[in-house]
Ligand binder design. Structure first.
Ligand code: AMP
Length: 221
């Protein structure tokens, strides 16, 4: 099963991808998370990417395509994967096609810009294990600390308000055309992001089970 998640930054696609990954037992490949790990480890690719991520800009296609090519050939991707944050441009989608990756369904999580701006101000991330939280929608059990590893949570530089605005502009310009791209291929299914994360999860799982050749149904949850 190969699933692709589309959605603006802050639409909740990362949370939905993590939930679906647990439920369906296939790995989530998050290019944002891969980049954050490389930046933290100060690798050459990480240093090159940091300039772009800090400014809220997209990392150049050739760097991203090389990262995804390396990742998708790893053994854990054999029985499927969920892509979160890739592709983000038409050339990236074309590269995925050229790699022969056959996507079962593209889940497009739709949330309007005003809601996204409100949501992103509450986002927190664990700098140690990469888990993500939201102070209102997905609060950690102990405020300020990671549920999984206990580290102190922080705000990502790219969640700062002025950076968020820029990321949304870039999303509309460069990533939104993918909605048309996958609609034309008959792969796109839109899920309207709900106020409650659990409601969006239900709709997402329903979509994946219906169109993504999954083995169980949303009603079984
Ligand atoms: P995310 O965690 O998916 O919101 O990604 C964080 C940042 O990483 C983005 O704002 C981009 O700067 C960069 N990034 C992640 N995935 C991609 C991609 N497929 N293409 C270009 N830049 C990306």
């Amino acid at each position: 099963m190969r699933i692709l998640f589309l959605g603006a930054p802050g639409s909740g696609k990362g949370t939905q991808a993590e939930n679906a990954s647990d439920l369906f037992g296939i790995p989530t490949i998050s290019t944002g998370a891969i980049l954050r790990e490389s930046i933290k480890a100060e690798t050459e690719a990480g240093k090159a990417a940091k300039v772009f991520t800090d400014a809220g800009k997209l990392v150049p296609d050739e760097i991203m395509i090389a990262i995804i090519k390396d990742r998708l050939v790893q053994a854990d991707c054999e029985s499927g994967f969920l892509l979160d944050g890739f592709p983000r441009t038409i050339p990236q989608a074309e590269a995925l096609d050229a790699m022969g990756v056959d996507i079962d369904v593209v889940v497009n999580i739709h949330v309007d810009d005003a809601t996204i701006i409100e949501r992103m101000s509450g986002r927190r991330v664990c700098p140690d294990c990469g888990s993500t939280y939201h102070l209102i929608y997905n609060a950690p059990k102990s405020i300020g600390n990671c549920d999984k590893c206990g580290a102190k949570l922080s705000i990502r530089d790219d969640d700062l308000p002025e950076v968020v605005k820029k990321r949304l502009d870039i999303y509309h310009e460069q990533t939104e055309p993918l909605i048309q791209y996958y609609t034309r291929k008959g792969k796109l299914k839109t899920v309207i992001g709900q106020e409650e994360v659990a409601d969006t999860t239900h709709l997402t799982v329903e979509t994946i089970t219906k169109f993504g050749k999954a083995k169980f149904r949303a009603e079984d949850l």
